[in-house]
Design a protein around this ligand. Structure first.
Ligand code: SF4
Ligand code: SF4
Ligand SMILES: [Zn+2]
Length: 584
């Protein structure tokens, strides 16, 4: 049991009303995920505390439905219904669209198979497990009440001596869950009691009913996309007690000194109007309206939209599961060049030709553990970087991979990007973006801002501190720097225009028309798409004079073309964000 007097008290960082006495911590909140905001999680755990400023709810697209909710609902039914597809569609609700229904059907079928396999295993030891109400583990003292919960399906054996929680993931059920999350789940089974049903209001405390003692607890996991299944914990009461020995420390660490981490998730955060840490810049994107839904935007999202509007819709609006695809030569090379540069720059000195000897790996590639072949693919571009390394300028200090977030509260869009290099030079802030390319035509500065909206984004951020933004374009032959003075109103205007050109259509789109073709080849959501072409060619001419080759990942440009065609070409050969974050 957790001693509540050991837990730190929480002081809301914004004006709040309500009570701090009821704490509800879900096992998933205890996960240590890089990039997730601890403050939001701790604030949400205080379920009877409300921010005073509540006039900005997150607006969601009604077509976005919770797929795993439907999986759970079907698994809780006493028998698999004959009209399974109809039941799934009904669980998803009438706003669900065909791609979501297709994904949910596949996930339900896989989960049902896993449940059957579990039941067959259990029968070999004469166990029959049936679903029960959720369990909750409650600790009380005169001042506070802590409820530990975990989302999934709870089971008990007929004699109630075995308790089990089944968790869901998309794929690879074998992968261990975050250790804190697993400790919490086992603790709930070991020390918890059955609730009397779902809560009437989230701010009410859970009520429990008398619960038979257990002598064995299990946590199992089902991968709903690949049909995998695994047992994450199975032990008697004594081994479970030993496993959860650290639960007090886990909860204590969770509540102690939470830190703000602004990022894409801020768009779903109900505290964002009150939050002192998310930078609010109304009008940042230069968009005329707030659109119909709250949005987050990153380079990966914009690229998906440029490849195919429908791909963006399925991936980022409906949030359907994504599959990974093999990266092409250009992506692999780009990643290698960035990795080399960021490792070299940890030294805070200029890269030199000594770092890239003709024979051998050199200091940096050796440190990275590269082979000669791996270095060879990136060598020419690294050599071009050495010509234009930012540390050649005196008094330069830079850090790699810095995340920057801004909330345009007029448009209700949260934009996040990761600066390749961010720091200062002779007292002025410097932001450098590095792009590798094979054969990019000569563009005007304004066109570069449109082609690389993260550079326009950087100008917008740097405007407040009168900083400099540098775009470093590396080809196999040379390196070139295009410098933008963010203090210059003309440059600021061009950046705002570039952002508006990039985001306007996406921001106001509600139809999300499909562009079947070469984009289908690398589309991470093609499994759910009813519009995909089955065997597209790997090369496609986008407009006269511009083609893309997906095998090499190169843009083939024989004459100057319009910037929007070039933008689409670039999106087609750029990598896709493959993070697979479940909504619980
Ligand atoms: S707005 Fe963002 S940074 Fe602020 S509390 Fe919410 S998630 Fe954290
Ligand atoms: S499969 Fe093709 S048409 Fe469908 S979303 Fe993906 S890219 Fe668009
Ligand atoms: Zn360098």
């Amino acid at each position: 049991m957790i001693n509540l007097s050991d837990l730190p008290n929480w002081e809301s960082p914004w004006r709040s009303t309500g009570s701090v006495t009821l704490l509800r911590v879900s096992s998933s909140a205890l996960k240590q995920l890089p990039g997730s905001c601890q403050v939001e999680k701790v604030a949400k755990a205080h379920v009877a505390m409300y921010p005073e400023a509540r006039d900005w709810a997150t607006r969601k697209d009604p077509r976005a439905v919770f797929l795993l909710g439907a999986v759970r609902a079907v698994l809780l039914l006493p028998n698999t219904p004959a009209e399974l597809d109809n039941v799934i569609a009904a669980e998803l609700g009438e706003t669900a669209t065909e791609p979501s229904i297709a994904a949910a059907k596949m996930m339900v079928r896989n989960a049902l198979n896993a449940v059957e396999d579990f039941a067959a295993d259990d029968l070999t030891e004469d166990l029959v497990m049936t679903p029960s109400n959720d369990f909750v583990c409650i600790s009380n003292d005169q001042n506070r009440r802590l409820e530990l919960t975990s989302w999934g399906i709870y089971y008990q054996s007929q004699d109630k001596s075995v308790r089990e929680l089944r968790l869901f993931c998309y794929r690879d059920a074998d992968l261990a869950r975050d250790r804190n999350q697993l400790i919490a789940a086992v603790n709930i089974l070991l020390n918890g009691a059955i609730t009397d049903g779902p809560l009437a209001r989230w701010s009410y405390p859970h009520q429990t009913i008398p619960t038979d003692p257990q002598n064995r607890v299990r946590v199992r996991q089902i991968g709903c996309l690949d049909g995998s299944a695994a047992t994450l914990f199975d032990g008697d009461a004594a081994s479970a007690a030993a496993f959860v020995g650290g639960i007090s420390t886990v909860v204590q660490d969770f509540l102690a000194d939470p830190t703000f981490t602004p990022g894409n998730n801020c768009v779903e955060c109900k505290y964002r109007i009150s939050c002192p840490e998310i930078p609010k810049q109304p009008g940042f994107l230069g968009l005329p309206t707030s659109g119909t839904i709250s949005k987050s935007l990153s380079r990966a999202m914009l690229s998906a939209y440029q490849r195919c509007n429908y791909q963006y819709f399925l991936t980022y609006v409906l949030k359907l599961p994504k599959k990974a695809f093999e990266s092409n030569a250009a992506i692999a090379r780009g990643n290698a060049v960035h990795e080399w540069i960021s490792t070299a720059h940890e030294r805070q000195i200029a890269c030199s030709s000594d770092d890239l000897p003709q024979a051998g790996l050199g200091e940096i590639a050796t440190k990275l553990g590269w082979t000669q072949d791996y270095l060879a693919q990136a060598r020419n571009w690294i050599s071009s970087h050495i010509q234009v390394c930012p540390f050649q300028h005196p008094d330069t200090h830079l850090l790699s991979e810095q995340t920057k977030t801004v909330w345009d509260s007029d448009a209700d869009v949260v934009i996040t990007t990761r600066a390749d290099e961010l720091g200062s030079r002779a007292g002025r802030t410097v932001w450098r973006e590095i792009k590798t390319t094979s054969n990019l035509q000569q563009l005007s500065d304004d066109e570069y801002l449109i082609l690389y909206p993260q550079v326009a984004f950087a100008v917008g951020i740097q405007a407040a501190v009168a900083g400099i933004v540098e775009l470093e374009i590396l080809t196999p032959e040379s390196g070139k720097i295009i410098s933008f003075d963010a203090a210059d109103p003309t440059v600021q205007l061009a950046a705002t225009r570039a952002l508006a050109i990039n985001f306007d259509q996406l921001h106001h789109d509600q139809e999300f028309a499909a562009s079947p073709g070469i984009a289908c080849l690398t589309c991470p959501v093609s499994a759910w798409c009813d519009k995909r072409v089955s065997e597209p060619a790997t090369t496609e001419v986008l407009v006269d004079g511009l083609a893309v080759d997906l095998v090499t990942g190169e843009i083939i440009s024989s004459k100057p073309v319009a910037i929007d065609a070039l933008t689409k070409a670039l999106a087609l050969v750029e990598p896709v964000d493959e993070s697979d974050d479940l909504p619980f």
